[in-house]
Every structure is written in C-alpha cells, then in structure tokens.
Design a protein around this ligand. Structure first.
Ligand code: DAH
Length: 364
C-alpha cells in the first residue's frame, strides 16, 4: 500500500455507501447513512483526516480518489433525498386529503345572532323592492346627526334623544354616538344624486338602560328620493314590508300622525296585536303596537343636503330592530341580546347557511 488507502477498500466503501443510500426507506434512514459515512466521525471523513499523514504525490492521488467517492456519494444522497421527499409529500397529501364535495355541517358552524338575522331579513325584503344598502359611521358629528336633519341648535326635539357626547373634533365639530340611523340619509343625499332608494341598518346609541332600553341598539333607516314620490308610495312600501316580515295572516296596519323634525307630514306605523296575559301577540286582536316612524322628507333636509326641494321629494322611515326581532322570534327579554351567552345563542340563533331570501322564504 503506497498511498495509505487501498483502492479496493475505497471501491468497496463506495459500493457499501451507495447500497445503504439505495436501501434508505425514509429521510431519517438516509440521514443516518449520511452521518455514518460523511458525518464528523463518519468513515469517509476519517479517511479524509488520514490524508494529513501522507506526503506529496501519494497525498494528491489519495485526495483525488477520496474526493471522487465523496462527490459520487453526495450526488447519490441528493437524488435519494429528492425521491424520499417527494414520496413523503405524496403520503402527506393523501393523509390530509379533504373531500370538498362533502356537504357542509352547518350545526358545527356556530350561530347567526338574531339581530343579524333580523337585519338580513329586513334588508332582503327591501332589496327585493329595489333598495340598496348604505352605511355610515357610529361616531357622528352634530351636523349629520342633528343639524342637517332640521334639528337646529337648542331645538327641543334634541332632548328627545339622550345623546352620548364625545370630545369635540379638532376642527371644533361637536361629536356624538349617533342616536339614530337617520344621519345615513344625510350622507347618502350629500354624496348621491336622485333617484335614491337606500336602507341603512346599523348600531345606534342612547343613554338609557332599563327593562326595555339598552344604551346600544339597532335601527334600520329607509330613504326614497325621486320626482314624483308621495305618501301612497310610503304606505305601500311599509305595508308590504310588514306583511312579508311578520308573515301573520290578516295583520292590521295603521298610520298615525306624529312629529319628527326631518319629515313633514310625519307618521308612526302601528301593527295589530293583543296584550292579554302580559304577552304581546300579533294579529287582528283590537290592540296596537308602534313599530316605526316615517314621513315625507322635510324640504329643509333636502336643501341642507343640496337637493332641489322644488324638483325632488321623497319619504323616509326608521325602525328599531330589537323589538320586531323579539316579536317575531318570541324572545322575551331585550337584555339577553347583548349578554353573549352561547347557550342562548344556540337556542335563538340561526344556522349560517340559512341566508334570508324573499323568494325561498325568510327563515327555514
Ligand atoms: N330617527 C327616528 C328615531 O330614531 C326614526 C325615524 C322616524 C326615522 C321618521 C325616519 C323617519 O327616517 O322618517 O326615532
């Protein structure tokens, strides 16, 4: 042995290594084979270290031979690793396969809150009549919440609403938590040209808390502006809404004169009910329940929003969400809406796939 490393030994080492690479059935086996030959204490590494003891030509020849083995083995390792990684990926894809053709299991999907459901139902009914949905911010300035709606500063009607005031905006504007969804009317008229036909569902706030009031509640606002809109359209629209929403046979509906600064004339809409036994039941039973306010948009409001009141007119309405939801779904206590009790939600909530739709029925 002149060069200190027998060529046959090297040949058999290489063969052994190539065999153990081919035999590795997993990435872990492959890594074990690599470490056994090429690791810090591996056999090939040991031979490499031995080179230092050789001189001149012998060292060069042995080095070249060892490098050749090393290169061949490194290539074989990489090729085997590619194969094993691909096999592992395929096994994993097979293991984690999801059958997207299986039907959904909506019972596991949580529940839609009755307030959301009710808003969706209301929107679905108005959408069927050609309304689109508009939105506005919960934090409003005094102009949108009051002034443009014909509540001048100091107007007594402002006192009707127990407003939550916020610190003034930098430009000095008085800020409030919106006391109703009516400011969305204003935003819509300022930003769109007639004809306008929108509904605006959303959160509203008043400083009030007892059996029948919560400081945060929900409303839906409606606004129609066109050249020939009249009180008959208002009545037709809201009567149709109530019949579809409550789905009660022979539901009496009446309009009673009322007052709102932003409408003239103004009305409230009542639906028939009975209150015997302390429980409200809808239908033709001789008693009445108020469900919304409405009227023809006041010319001052149109003008404040830049709409020519000599050419355009329209109607508006505003309705709470909680009360109709309680009536329709037999929910006895207003405050439970906001307790976030999952057992309550399981009982009163709706399945997520039951999206309200007038054509297929609002609730299934
Ligand atoms: N904004 C009123 C309220 O919160 C409800 C209302 C009444 C809205 C008449 C309207 C309307 O758009 O025309 O009490």
């Amino acid at each position: 042995m002149t060069d200190g490393i027998a060529t046959e030994d090297l040949g058999s080492l290489k063969a052994e290594l190539v065999d153990s690479i081919a035999a590795a059935g997993t990435l872990a086996d492959l890594e074990a084979a690599r470490v056994a030959f090429l690791g810090k204490k591996g056999r090939l590494t040991g031979l490499m270290k031995g080179l230092g003891a050789l001189e001149g030509e012998a060292r060069r020849t042995a080095g070249a031979a060892l490098n050749e083995v090393k290169d061949a083995v490194t290539g074989a390792l990489q090729a085997r690793r590619d194969v094993l990684e691909q096999a592992e990926l395929e096994a994993r894809l097979e293991r984690e396969r999801v059958d997207v053709t299986l039907p959904a299991r909506p019972r596991r999907m949580g529940r839609i809150h009755p307030i959301s459901q009710t808003m969706d139902e209301m929107v679905a009914i108005f959408a069927e009549m050609g309304f689109t949905v508009a939105e506005g911010p919960d934090i409003e300035d005094d102009w949108h919440n009051f002034e443009a709606l014909n509540f001048p500063p100091g107007h007594p009607a402002r006192e009707m609403q127990d407003t939550f005031y916020l610190p003034d905006r930098e430009d000095g504007a008085k800020m409030v938590l919106r006391t109703h969804t009516s400011p969305v009317q204003v935003r819509t008229m300022v930003s769109q040209k007639p004809p306008i036909r929108i509904v605006a569902p959303g959160r509203t706030y008043r400083s009030d808390y007892d059996m029948t009031h919560t400081p945060m509640f929900h409303q839906i606002e409606g606004l129609v502006i066109d050249e020939t809109t009249h009180m008959g359209h208002l009545k037709g629209c809201l009567v149709e809404f109530a019949r579809v929403f409550f789905d009660v046979e022979d539901l009496p509906i009446r309009f009673r004169p009322s007052f709102f600064p932003f409408t003239e004339p103004s009305a409230e809409m009542d639906i028939g009910c009975s209150r015997s036994g302390g429980e409200i039941k809808l239908g033709n039973h001789g008693d009445w329940l108020e469900i919304l306010g409405c009227g023809m948009v006041h010319p001052n409001v149109l003008e404040a929003c830049g709409i020519d009141s000599a050419r355009y007119q329209g109607f508006a309405f505003g309705m709470g969400i909680e009360r109709p939801a309680m009536l329709k779904y037999g929910i006895p206590d207003l405050r439970t809406f906001f307790e976030a009790d999952t057992r309550w939600l399981k009982h009163y909530g709706f399945l997520p796939l039951d999206v309200p739709n007038v054509a297929f029925g609002l609730t299934s």
